[in-house]
Ligand binder design. Structure first.
Ligand SMILES: Nc1ncnc2c1ncn2[C@@H]1O[C@H](COP(=O)(O)OP(=O)(O)OP(=O)(O)O)[C@@H](O)[C@H]1O
Ligand SMILES: [Mg+2]
Length: 248
């Protein structure tokens, strides 16, 4: 990990048109290569905060910068540098076939056709979906759709990857596959932010755990120390913590 700040969130607030506060005065600086878990109860603002990092949502107040450049006003650059795997894999499907779906991102970035093909094939291979390249994405299982969503992000080769609840509805092998992808991306020096109600699969990879509550960061720091306080904030504790509390 380097000391260069790649994601800088300054005094970010977001309220929706109906007046709901999504994010409330958040400051967060993430160095290049860091692996961050963002935890918090339902409605605490995790998805809204992630959506600001690649410009899906714009701040009501404050600034989000990627490598020193504000996301607002530089949307294409932000989309190129920050990929997001959505909480709902179905909502991310845009192609008629698995291959078209994965190629959509690099095509939109304006890459030449040979590079699009190469990055699409590489991403499909990485998630183990090459053999399903020509079928409709809607025929995939839930876990395969999640892998497709990950391939759609990998094909753009972004420096920062955001995973919003990547383990929901996945079976154990599915969770392992996603964790393996994350491990490889981390090894490759990518910066990763993961929101998850289940911290167990990723706690060993994380450099920092951030806890959100009602749109605010209420704790952050060393993952294991912060995880010890998780239950106090309505977050499921690590499995090991439950066992140790139950005693031998
Ligand atoms: N489009 C919207 N319009 C109005 N309020 C919204 C909208 N999207 C989210 N909210 C509200 O903003 C708050 C934060 O929502 P967000 O989806 O960011 O939470 P979350 O931490 O990701 O929750 P979950 O764990 O359920 O995924 C919630 O109170 C939610 O009801
Ligand atoms: Mg969410």
């Amino acid at each position: 990990m380097s000391n260069d700040i790649i994601i800088d969130v300054q005094n970010l607030s977001h309220w929706f048109s109906n007046g709901t506060m999504g994010v409330d005065h958040v400051n967060l600086s993430i160095p290049q290569g860091e692996f961050v878990i963002m935890a918090g109860p339902n409605g605490s603002g995790k998805t809204t905060l992630l959506q600001h990092l690649n410009g899906l949502v714009m701040p009501s107040e404050g600034i989000v910068s990627i490598k020193g450049v504000p996301v607002k006003g530089n949307l294409l650059r932000a989309r190129k540098m920050v990929g997001m795997v959505f909480q709902d894999a179905d909502s991310q499907i845009v192609g008629e076939t698995v291959r078209e779906d994965v190629a959509f991102g690099p095509e939109n970035l304006g890459l030449d056709p040979a590079t699009v093909d190469c990055q699409t094939d590489g991403a499909l291979k990485k998630v183990g979906l090459s053999h399903k390249a020509d079928i409709s994405p809607h025929l995939l299982s839930g876990g395969e759709k999640r892998r497709l969503a990950i391939a759609g992000v990998l094909s753009m080769q972004p420096e920062i990857i955001l995973f919003d609840e990547p383990f929901s509805n996945l079976d154990y092998p599915g969770i392992c596959q996603v964790v393996d992808q994350m491990k490889a991306l981390k090894g490759d020096g990518r910066t990763i932010v993961v929101t998850s109600h289940d911290m167990d699969p990723v706690i060993g990879l994380a450099d920092r755990l951030v806890i959100l509550n009602r749109g605010r960061i209420v704790r952050q720091g060393d993952p294991l120390s912060v995880a010890m306080d998780a239950a106090a904030f309505g977050i499921r504790p690590l499995a090991g913590f439950i066992q140790s509390e139950a005693g031998p």
